[in-house]
Write a protein that binds this ligand. Structure first.
Ligand code: DQA
Length: 145
């Protein structure tokens, strides 16, 4: 079996393309899925994709990833700034996680400056829009090599 990673997206990211495009751009989540699956192929990575608006479903997806995948790309969206449960799930799996944000969370409101994910992530990519997911794939490919 080849190497496999999962891209997990949190709340409201299903609205990408329509949601505050001045901040998040016009690229949809379906576009990001197509882009990352294609780029994954060039890296020899099978890319699975998951989105949920519910914190518990995201915890389940992280736990399930331990059985099926070599690493996780996670945009936890607003849960980034609130969720001890997601951080604990990441620690429990022991899988490498690359944290992604489309926007530069550090140039926005103060409440977005703190991430519960960063302390348990291998690294963080933010501010590069949809391209951040491609950069994260590159990073994860090396981490699970
Ligand atoms: C986000 C940044 C978060 O602060 C916000 O709540 C999101 C999206 C981003 O990708 O820029 O929903 O994670």
């Amino acid at each position: 079996m080849g190497k496999s990673v999962i891209i997990i997206n949190g709340p409201n990211l299903n609205l990408l393309g329509r949601r505050e495009p001045e901040i998040y751009g016009h690229t949809t989540l379906a576009d990001i899925e197509t882009l990352t699956r294609a780029h994954g192929e060039t890296l020899g990575l099978d890319v699975a994709f998951f989105q949920s608006n519910n914190e518990g479903d995201l915890v389940d997806a992280i736990q399930d990833a331990a059985e099926r995948h070599g690493g996780i790309i996670l945009n936890a969206a607003a849960y980034t700034h609130t969720s001890v449960a997601l951080a604990d799930a990441i620690k429990a799996t022991g899988l490498p996680v690359v944290e992604v944000h489309l926007s530069n969370i550090f140039s926005r409101e103060e409440f977005r400056h703190h991430s519960y994910i960063s302390a348990v992530a291998a690294g963080v990519i933010c501010g590069f829009g949809a391209k951040g997911y491609v950069l994260a794939l590159e990073a994860l490919a090396e981490l699970i090599d």
